[in-house]
Design a protein around this ligand. Structure first.
Ligand SMILES: [Zn+2]
Length: 94
């Protein structure tokens, strides 16, 4: 693969735009904990990032070619409970 070509490609993308933040919950500039995950699209040479909570339900799809990079998990409710608890714990540590 041509190095220069790779450098010109988009290196990262969002699977879907991150959720809107309510400024009443977090003032702008405040640190905020969200667990993230990502998938790799080999065809588009892109890392596709997603909020972990959403990826549990929807998986992660490449926004360029639509390939499913990560599959949704089975029984996402249980995973989501654990994930939100971890986010809360980490948020309290900030
Ligand atoms: Zn792709």
């Amino acid at each position: 693969m041509d190095q220069e070509e790779f450098g010109e490609s988009e290196a990262t993308a969002w699977a879907v735009d991150p959720e809107r933040v309510d400024p009443d919950d977090y003032p702008p500039g405040a640190p905020r904990v969200r667990l993230m995950t990502f998938g790799l699209c080999d065809s588009c040479e892109v890392e596709v990032h997603a909020e972990a909570a959403r990826a549990l339900y929807d998986g992660v799809k490449c926004p360029h070619c639509g390939d499913q990079l990560l599959a949704p998990v089975e029984e996402p409710e249980e995973w989501l409970r654990r994930l939100l608890r971890q986010e809360d714990e980490l948020q309290e540590q900030l």
